[in-house]
Design a protein around this ligand. Structure first.
Ligand code: SF4
Length: 219
């Protein structure tokens, strides 16, 4: 049994997903790269819906890195507490804002290598900011993208970095950002962590996980 789809099969899968999820796009609300950076840090282990509720107020009152530095960790933690791990997120946000002020003139850098130097910013957050705020092709691998792409056979890796690399190889660059959103939508709607709805899944004839299960079933 093969471990990965061909590039042609990968494109077919993305075409089908695009038809099912024409609305697939970032679910976090933001109006500039700084807001997206804050929202993405807040989204760790939290739903986008919850983050949007919190940032609805946060972004009205606090607009620049200086605003967050002046607000301070403690007060920020209080405002964002419903997003979970608030003390940690608050510390990272304020420290990231200090770095933005000291090293980048208060602006969010548009480079992966610079973004991941910011406290609280890992590969996923950096790629989300690059692709959604700066329109620079990038594939952010979150829990859904990791699970779904390895099940389908778009990737074959046990690590986030390996999955990102596999996806960048198999998917044309101009589709990286779109693919990220499509895989998230499919993971939330059909290819759930527990009990994926394989029988109703429109890409089941291509999916290696499903094909393997069907072979085992027939044995
Ligand atoms: S067939 Fe099953 S495992 Fe494959 S993508 Fe669809 S839901 Fe996920």
């Amino acid at each position: 049994m093969k471990k990965k789809l061909t590039k042609k099969e990968a494109l077919d899968v993305l075409d089908i997903l695009e038809k099912i999820y024409p609305q697939a796009k970032a679910q976090l609300n933001f109006s500039n790269e700084f807001e997206l950076l804050i929202a993405t840090i807040l989204s760790a282990q939290c739903t986008d819906v919850r983050v949007n509720k919190v940032t609805d107020r946060l972004f009205t009152e606090f607009k620049t890195p200086k605003d967050y530095i002046n607000l301070g960790e403690e007060k920020l933690a209080e405002i964002i507490k419903s997003c979970g791990i608030a003390n940690n997120k608050s510390k990272n946000i304020v420290n990231a804002c200090i770095m933005l002020e000291e090293k980048y003139g208060g602006k969010v850098p548009d480079s992966f290598d610079e973004l991941i130097k910011l406290p609280g910013v890992g590969r996923k957050t950096a790629n989300v900011v690059l692709s959604n705020a700066f329109n620079i092709p990038a594939i952010a691998v979150d829990t859904h993208v990791f699970r779904v792409s390895n099940r389908i056979g778009l990737a074959n890796s046990s690590t986030v970095e390996g999955t990102e690399k596999d996806l960048m190889e198999i998917i044309p660059k101009e589709k990286w950002s779109k693919a990220h959103h499509l895989l998230i939508f499919h993971g939330r709607n059909t290819c759930k962590a527990r009990n994926p709805s394989c029988n109703e899944c429109p890409i089941n004839s291509k999916c290696l996980y499903h094909r393997k299960n069907m072979l085992n079933f027939r044995k």
